[in-house]
Design a protein around this ligand. Structure first.
Ligand SMILES: Cc1cc2nc3c(=O)[nH]c(=O)nc-3n(C[C@H](O)[C@H](O)[C@H](O)COP(=O)(O)O)c2cc1C
Length: 217
């Protein structure tokens, strides 16, 4: 059965969140191709996963045969998140920019699923090559050539973790300048912001459909 893992991490509900609206458009296009498909959904803001602590980190690095009951419980919790990731044909992540990088809730999820010998630093990883679509909304613009290009730690970071560490195929949809409508100093950027949002919705519809068709092929 085709399976999409969908994560959102915006602080705001869908009517006020650009990333949630765009992930919803992607998911709708995916579901149109897979009316009976499975969508595993996590709202990391409403229902955050725990931060990685020393117990769970050590449990991920040591032989299960020697685990204490607490370590056994900690690794079991991590592996539930890993199994959701491994079971997905495609992954969709809403990753709004917060202080130049991803929300801490998304970072917490990533720290849980990067498990040495299982998803990372392993010969045969079931998630290697899995497509992951990231909706990277941001209030400003960090596009190449803009003054703040060097402050971009969402795409650079996620490409490093999802792409380089986990071996996934990362694709970004980037609605930018989302603060133009509420920031007087950005008023002249409103047409660019609107165009970026429209493009993101179009991209989401196209990529949601093509991700679904890949799962069929
Ligand atoms: C606490 C906070 C910090 C933010 N930091 C940045 C930032 O560093 N750079 C930026 O371009 N936008 C920043 N923004 C704006 C958001 O990235 C922007 O509102 C975006 O649309 C968020 O996606 P969402 O609408 O899906 O929540 C910040 C917003 C909040 C609430």
């Amino acid at each position: 059965m085709a399976t999409l893992l969908h994560l959102d991490s915006s602080l705001w509900p869908e009517q006020a969140s650009t990333s949630r609206a765009v992930t919803a458009a992607f998911r709708k296009a995916w579901e149109e191709q897979h009316p009976d498909g499975i969508v595993v959904y996590r709202d990391l803001d409403a229902d955050p996963v725990p931060h990685l602590d020393s117990l769970a980190a050590v449990a991920g690095l040591t032989d299960p045969a020697g685990h204490t009951p607490e370590q056994t419980a900690a690794i079991a919790r991590r592996l539930r998140f890993v199994e959701e990731l491994e079971g997905a044909d495609a992954v969709l992540i809403g990753a709004p920019m917060i202080n130049f990088t991803v929300p801490s809730t998304l970072k917490a999820w990533l720290d849980q699923v990067v498990v040495q010998g299982r998803t990372f630093a392993v010969e045969e990883s079931p998630i290697k090559g899995t497509p992951v679509y990231v909706v990277a909304s941001r209030g400003g613009s960090y596009a190449p050539g803009t003054p703040r290009e060097g402050f971009e730690y969402v795409q650079n970071y996620l490409q490093a973790v999802l792409g380089d560490m986990l071996g996934m195929e990362v694709d970004f949809i980037v609605p930018e300048l989302t603060l133009a409508h509420v920031t007087p100093a950005m008023a002249e950027l409103i047409p660019l912001a609107d165009a970026s949002r429209a493009r993101a919705h179009e991209d989401a519809a196209v990529k949601g459909k093509s991700a679904a068709l890949k799962a069929i092929a």
